[in-house]
Design a protein around this ligand. Structure first.
Ligand SMILES: [Zn+2]
Length: 432
């Protein structure tokens, strides 16, 4: 009998955790939900959580699970185990699999796989365009009405570059309260071989550059299209100070725009590229220290609403190449909270309640997930993470639960806060 089976039907009493910065209290997990701790049965499993912080299960708006099509890099099973270890109870699975999630059948297939092997809720993201080709809208309405109840649509990996198609997608998703999540990058300004933020360093390293305007220009266009269509826009992985300025302007106008930042853009800069290590090749690219500071400020003041990992596992044979030929992307699920603690909580830019909003309740709301991001209250689903705010360790990529090893934090001393995760009352991670 596994630990998870063992816990079925048995009370779990979590004692004395600080509830997202609001002070210590007890929590009772019973039959998948939180119940009144005063009602705990005498044989309840007791978890001493004094000194730990309790957060609602984290929700990742931006995960690449690689299944179907690239099960050598990640599967639903391994990706959601990595998610649970990172404190996540739900992940939005991007559509750029093979086949692409651009039909109701594909979205429902992914749901079926996840229901058998998932250690977290898997929410299929629907493609905006058929085959991610940017020409013809995918079956947005059918995906929205399917069992997958798709609300987030994205061609992530590609930008919806055609303004007319973007406008039509925004108009379409409005009917079912959906949102278009844009990978903002003008392909005419960022060429196919671009692999480094454009600037003094890209010139010195001889790497083809991406100008910041390739991102901010698309975001400026899209927030105006969102205003025109009165629809919802979400900006994936914001990486530049210019984009932050555009988002501030749009929010002041009342445009329904939300945005996410990745952990790696909160800590790493383009200077990592001086060693030509392809682990640091990512799309959008790592930027300057000024950009990193602007992104932290924006996450702190709410201009950037959420953290999204852009967890992008790659098999060794796709990543271990000369820098210009290697695949884009890095792992993120297991270390996201660690990086947020390091960059935002320890310097005092976010409190634990803010972490709960930026990494759980706000992403759940953007994706319209009713059972996620809920407060730690009696009657709510028992999606819970316990974290130790003081613990640190040196990251070892070989200790990962992901199938891939493209971990940009390998060898780095970082917070190591994860203690345990429960998803719907089922324990999905326990620190050994
Ligand atoms: Zn992307």
């Amino acid at each position: 009998m596994t630990q998870a089976d063992d816990e079925q039907g048995r009370d779990v009493l979590v004692l004395g955790a600080d509830l997202a910065g609001r002070g210590p209290a007890d929590l009772l997990i019973r039959d998948g939900s939180f119940a009144d701790p005063a009602d705990a049965r005498p044989d309840a499993d007791r978890v001493d959580a004094a000194g730990l912080v309790a957060l609602p299960g984290l929700v990742d708006l931006h995960t690449h699970l690689r299944e179907p099509g690239r099960e050598d890099a990640e599967t639903v099973e391994t990706g959601t185990r990595a998610a649970a270890r990172g404190g996540y109870t739900a992940v939005l699975a991007m559509a750029n699999t093979n086949p692409v999630t651009d039909t109701a059948e594909a979205a429902e297939h992914l749901l079926g796989v996840a229901s058998r092997v998932g250690s977290a809720q898997v929410v299929p993201v629907g493609a905006v365009s058929k085959g991610l080709e940017g020409e013809e809208l995918a079956e947005l309405g059918l995906m929205a009405r399917s069992a997958a109840r798709t609300r987030v649509f994205s061609d992530d990996g590609h930008c919806v570059a055609d303004a007319r198609l973007m406008r039509r997608a925004l108009e379409y998703v409005r009917a079912f309260d959906g949102v278009v999540a844009q990978h903002a990058q003008d392909p005419r300004l960022a060429g196919r071989d671009a692999c480094c933020a454009e600037g003094e360093l890209s010139g010195r390293l001889g790497l083809p550059g991406w100008p910041a305007v390739a991102e901010a220009g698309i975001v400026a266009r899209d927030v105006q299209l969102a205003e025109l269509t009165r629809s919802r826009l979400h900006v994936c992985h914001v990486s530049t100070a210019e984009t932050v300025d555009v988002l501030r302007w749009a929010k002041q106008r009342g445009v329904e725009v939300t945005a996410e930042v990745t952990p790696h853009h909160l800590l790493l800069t383009v200077d990592e590229l001086t060693g030509y290590d392809p682990t640091f090749k990512v799309n959008p690219p790592l930027r300057s220290g000024e950009d990193v500071a602007a992104l932290r400020d924006a996450l702190s003041d709410g201009t950037i609403d959420a953290v999204g990992t852009d967890h992008a596992p790659h098999a060794r044979h796709d990543k271990e190449h000369a820098f210009v030929d290697a695949a884009f992307g890095m792992l993120g699920l297991e270390t996201a909270l660690a990086v947020v603690v390091e960059t935002m909580v320890r310097p005092g830019a976010l409190g634990w309640g803010d972490v709960a909003t930026r990494m759980s309740s706000v992403p759940a709301h953007i994706a319209r997930l009713p059972g996620q991001g809920r407060p730690l209250r009696v009657g709510e689903p028992a999606n819970l993470v316990l974290v130790d705010p003081e613990r640190r360790s040196v990251v070892d990529r070989d200790a990962s639960l992901s199938l891939s090893r493209n971990n940009p934090w390998h060898g780095r001393d970082l917070p190591d806060p994860m203690v345990a995760t429960w998803w719907g009352g089922r324990r999905t991670f326990t620190r050994s």
